[in-house]
Design a protein. Sequence first.
Length: 279
Amino acid sequence: MEKYLIALDMDGTLLDSQGKITKRTIEVLKELIQKGHYIVPASGRALTLLPKEILELEGIQFAVLENGAVVWDWKNRCAIKQELLPKGIVKAILKDIEEQASVGYYPEVIVNGKVYVDVKIQKELEQSRIAGNFAEYMRQNHIFLEKLASRTELLDAAEKLNIYFEDVKLGEKVRRKWKTEPQLNVTTSVSGNAEFTAAGINKGHGIKILQQHLGISKQKCIAIGDNENDLEMFAQVHMAVAMGNAKAHVKRAADEVTLSCDEDGVAVFLELIKPVWDL
């Protein structure tokens, strides 16, 4: 039996709208792992922010993290590849946004897999100004620092910058402006956020590194996702699958469309093509 690589986005794909993974989905993933296939989390998240169900799932060997900035060897607990943002760029982006809006945006700076946020966010959590799934996410494995935007040494060591915006239009404006910067890759994944990695660094880049590392062909690779940051990954595999809740242009870029994340779309698709795994 030939091994397949199945790359899976997290938010809006494996995770439902409540940020949960169903038992049905986990059971399907366990079966595929037991058959020897590679289940590869492919996320904008850092390792420490992956869902507990994935972190505890035995048999995962690799992950594409931070939109491809880190390709992770799960067994050996080390990066196969790690790419940093250009020095000075994170500070410049944060300064640009602060000049446009002093509140209503929430930056995450990821350095060596650790996720740093400003202590102001912690205060907003304590005062219940941030609620729901986002509050739960922000409480998970984040490191709160005073005056994050002024910590040059830390910012210059970042692999990824992620910014959530209360004002969706501001998020769009920021992405449009910084997409013209040749040193950057700029994308979005949830709620109109802005995600920054170095130029050429995306999920597709990460999948390509794994294909080369494992000696596995594009023909044996499948990817499932729902948003703009999955598009390069779709182009790097033989079968691209969009979730039912995916944006329209993501669906157009896919080979197949499954049900939504609230309808077990990942599990439904993988069960549907189950005969492939038994060849």
